[in-house]
Ligand binder design. Structure first.
Ligand SMILES: Nc1ncnc2c1ncn2[C@@H]1O[C@H](COP(=O)(O)OP(=O)(O)OP(=O)(O)O)[C@@H](O)[C@H]1O
Ligand SMILES: [Mg+2]
Length: 255
């Protein structure tokens, strides 16, 4: 999940989609690549109280398996702490720095069916590590005015990664978040993005609902609570992706 714009629901998507995929019986690992540790916190772990995190994995001090935690949502979590802010500077001085995460995760590929990486809101070395480790990239996009400024820059970065560090990287498409089906505005923004950037738009869009704020404070995702339209949308998205991974066409949104 990558978008250098803040607050577009990258973290919410990694947590909720991860929980939904786990609900389909997949073994899911989620990776917190943001020094803020929001993913870690939203899955019930306090970043301030952790002894081991993705930072120690990226610096090569421990293997990834030794930092992974369980969560009540049924996904495994490679957590982040504020230490990760320092990893950025440290990685910059290393040869092959973009490959650090890919190398760290490689020994785990037999243990998980899906690994979801929550990138920070920047196009720095951490996001480059996420894009280099990934098979595909999904771009959460908030359906509001001008929210898509910066998409061009992100897509240029994705193309550079495809040319330089990860030729197999697939740009899956945009995922509309904070979507308000009652306004034509959300739909206009989406069709504009799809046309302008020739970017597939995944189905279904994730509706705006207050349940997400409640959930992230509770230490579990919206899927843990009673049924609501946010949870339903992420379950639908999980099914769409699971079918795509087993050979079907990706279902896209047509408004
Ligand atoms: N579908 C939704 N409806 C309502 N609120 C939402 C929805 N999705 C996410 N939010 C809220 O929007 C805020 C930003 O979401 P989130 O932290 O997932 O974005 P982000 O892209 O990871 O942000 P950052 O760039 O800072 O890492 C959070 O308060 C979250 O609870
Ligand atoms: Mg985030």
């Amino acid at each position: 999940m990558a978008n250098q714009k803040g607050g577009v629901a990258k973290t919410t998507t990694v947590a909720s989609l991860g929980a939904a995929l786990a609900g389909l019986g997949r073994r899911v690992l989620v990776v917190d690549l943001d020094p803020q540790g929001c993913l870690t916190f939203s899955l019930g772990h306090n970043p301030d109280r952790l002894e081991r995190s993705v930072h120690d994995v990226l610096t090569g001090d421990i293997g990834a398996a030794d930092a992974i935690l369980d969560t009540s949502d049924g996904v495994a979590l490679l957590p982040a702490t504020i230490d990760l802010a320092g990893a950025e500077a440290l990685l910059l001085m290393r040869p092959g720095r973009e490959f650090t995460l890919a190398r760290a995760l490689a020994p785990l590929y037999d243990d998980y069916d899906t690994v979801l990486v929550d990138c920070p809101p920047s196009l720095g070395v951490l996001t480059l590590n996420g894009l280099t480790a990934a098979h595909s990239v999904l771009v959460p996009l908030q359906c509001e005015t001008l929210a898509h400024r910066g998409v061009g820059q992100l897509l240029r970065t994705v193309r550079e990664v495809q040319q330089i560090t990860n030729p197999d990287l697939v740009l899956l498409g945009a995922l509309p978040t904070l979507y308000d089906a009652r306004t034509t505005h959300s739909r206009d923004v989406l069709s504009d993005v799809a046309d302008r950037y020739e970017l597939p738009v995944l189905d279904p869009p994730i509706p705006r609902t207050v349940r997400f704020a409640e959930a992230s404070a509770s230490g579990a995702t919206v899927l843990a609570g009673r049924n609501n339209k946010g949870a339903t949308a992420y379950r639908d998205l999980a099914e769409n992706l699971a079918k795509y991974w087993s050979g079907s066409e990706l279902r896209t949104f047509s408004g």
